[in-house]
Design a binder for this molecule. Sequence first.
Ligand code: AMP
Ligand code: ZN
Ligand code: FE
Ligand code: FE
Length: 271
Amino acid sequence: MTAAVDLHVHTTASDGTLTPSEVVELAHRRGLSVVAITDHDTVSGVAEALERAARIGLKVIPGVEISAEQAHILGYLVDHRSARLNEQLERFGRARLVRARQMLGRLESLDLSLRWDAIAEAAEEGVVGRPHIAQALVDAGHVASIDEAFGRYLSPGQPAYVPRFKTTPREAIQMIRDAGGVPVLAHPWCIVFMLEELVADGLLGLETHYRSYDACQMSRLNRLAQEHGLIRTGGTDFHGFEGEAHSLGDVDVPPECVADLEALHASLSGS
Ligand code: AMP
Ligand code: ZN
Ligand code: FE
Ligand code: FE
């Protein structure tokens, strides 16, 4: 069954394959009522999504997913027009460009040349990442699939892998709070050991519902959220990749999550 809510969605503003407008239209077609746009390290897709959503009567929650060391921190209801937030995020974008060039250099030394043009469009539009390089390797005929590109070259430990500049979870949480948003720990299962520290740093929520989590995991995460006084969120981490098993809206997110998120956000801004 399709859930009415998906609070973890990527677009072409980072490494998703659908534009913000296309995501909103797909969500509408699938009967969703609320979608949060949470691109990696950028809010550049939010305005387009809000605009399209207003026209078709869907609710879009502005968001971001900041890649910190060890943890990804989702930021909901951030002020996506905040100059400070955008400046801080642009730092990540510039670092990603440098890193993409380094990865292309490594591929070149393996005799797997890629022209910069092959990923330039992605680089210009948003946040360039390994998925773009993987796709370019497929398009150039160097590998047969995205999986092979990651498995042989792009995953940690493989010869073309270059780590990305990452901030600390504490800084990510602060950036989100400074922009008026609610920081939530994304896909937290393997990093719950950090939870106490993150809560001390100002974390306010936990992504208890995630595409690959079973009932047992979700119930443990629900308990942790309750123990730490955190709100719960959930989503699919949709990227629109071909064959993506869990497509938009396929996680049953409790509908009260959105009301709780909005209430917490209102209390932060004192309105
Ligand atoms: P980056 O932020 O550039 O390091 O790229 C990370 C993104 O690559 C993740 O968000 C995933 O979407 C994608 N990714 C990571 N590992 C794999 C893999 N083995 N196969 C396909 N996609 C992957
Ligand atoms: Zn991604
Ligand atoms: Fe993530
Ligand atoms: Fe994600």
